[in-house]
Design a protein around this ligand. Structure first.
Ligand SMILES: NC(=O)c1ccc[n+]([C@@H]2O[C@H](COP(=O)([O-])OP(=O)(O)OC[C@H]3O[C@@H](n4cnc5c(N)ncnc54)[C@H](OP(=O)(O)O)[C@@H]3O)[C@@H](O)[C@H]2O)c1
Length: 344
């Protein structure tokens, strides 16, 4: 058992991380302790550091995405053993506990957000997935979001009758890449948007049609494309005011419908459109049944047979917790079709 654990602490809002020791957390019931080998950076991390999103009680350890090796298991854990290679969605946003933050060498992760990864999958690739998968899964499958049928790891039979399609705005983002893959694995066609340089990425994940998000004709392009399918729902992975209004206009022209959002609902959404925000950590607390379906039943097999690929590609900026600040700064400056990662 390891004796030291270094962490990137957020001690004060709007300040850089301070590297220092942290206790190695003890896994409680239905939790595992992971020796992190790679962590990914997410927009909420820089939003918490800069105070755009309330950071919660300080000092604290931020970070939502990890991949590594299980070191210890808590009471009631039978599905994982010491030595298992896993990816994990960390739950510090729910609990405010230091042991649950991702930006350290050892993190305690709830089993409901933990999935075994294949032997040949690198940790730096696997860690790009968890938060994006949780967000996309809630938006697509939670009953009060789009409520779509669940994904299957095995190839589905070709659908009969009208092909149903999901509109996913922002297919090259982390959340959008996960949403494309999950929707395809659930048997839906996908119409999406990105910058032209990321069309290949979106297509490689299974999108049927990709449109330039900056085109002046984007609302008409998406409306025409979606009219070729039966409408199943819309997912706005970006959810700025502009993207919400664009997606809402498409839906209004299709006769109305529901949009799952990653940020709060903007005013002026047309009355026929029902827009609802996702909160990803929900899958680790309120909707554990969906968490189990996705992390326990679907992901291990889907990662093994390639139905779910680590995407977008990882961009490793350094090795060691002392590189986390530079990694967060890099994400803050903007990324396109990549995920900023630190190996440990
Ligand atoms: N509510 C929740 O629980 C939750 C959970 C996770 C994330 N989020 C939020 O979801 C958003 C996306 O997160 P992420 O990690 O997926 O972001 P990300 O991967 O860092 O986003 C970068 C990508 O966004 C795309 N993009 C930027 N502006 C766009 C626009 N106007 N239209 C279409 N694509 C655009 C870029 O695509 P191109 O380069 O191809 O243009 C780029 O590839 C963030 O605001 C994040 O805070 C919320």
């Amino acid at each position: 058992m390891a004796e030291t654990n270094q962490a990137a602490w957020l001690k004060e809002a709007k300040q850089n991380f301070v590297i220092g020791p942290a206790e190695i957390g003890k896994p409680a019931k239905d939790e595992v302790l992971v020796r992190n080998h790679a962590i990914a950076i997410n927009p909420v991390d820089h939003a918490q550091q800069s105070g755009i999103f309330p950071p919660g009680p300080l000092p604290r350890i931020l970070g939502n995405d990890i991949a590594g090796e299980i070191i210890d298991v808590g009471e009631g854990v039978t599905q994982f053993r010491k030595g298992d290679r896993v990816l994990g969605h960390c739950t510090a946003l729910n609990t405010d506990e230091a042991k649950h933050g991702g930006f350290q060498e050892y993190t305690v992760v709830p089993t409901v957000g933990c999935a075994a990864i294949p032997e040949d999958m690198k940790y730096e690739d696997a860690c790009v997935l968890p938060l994006a998968i949780s967000t996309a899964a809630l938006g697509l499958f939670h009953k009060e979001q789009l409520g779509l049928r669940l994904p299957q790891a095995e190839q589905r039979e070709p659908l009969t009758g009208d092909t149903e399609a999901v509109l996913i705005w922002g297919g090259s983002s982390s959340v959008g890449s996960a949403a494309i893959q999950l929707a395809v694995a659930a048997g839906y066609a996908v119409v999406t948007t990105s910058s032209p340089r990321n069309y290949i990425l979106c297509k490689s994940l299974g999108a049927n049609e990709v449109f330039d998000r900056a085109s002046l004709s984007i609302v008409g392009d998406l409306t025409s494309a979606m009219q070729r399918y039966k409408f199943a729902g819309a997912f706005d992975a970006i959810s700025t005011r502009d993207t919400q209004l664009n997606v809402a206009q498409v839906l209004a022209q299709l006769g109305g419908g529901r949009i799952a959002l990653t940020l709060p609902v903007t005013p002026d959404i047309p009355a026929t459109v029902d827009a609802r925000m996702i909160y990803a950590a929900f899958i680790l607390s309120q909707d554990k049944a969906l968490g189990k379906e996705i992390y326990g039943d679907f992901l291990p097999a889907a990662l093994k047979n390639g139905r779910i690929k680590p995407a977008p590609k990882s961009d490793v900026v350094g090795h060691g917790v002392e590189h986390i600040q530079a990694a967060v700064d890099k994400l803050r400056a903007g990324v396109s079709g990549s995920k900023v990662v630190v190996t440990l």
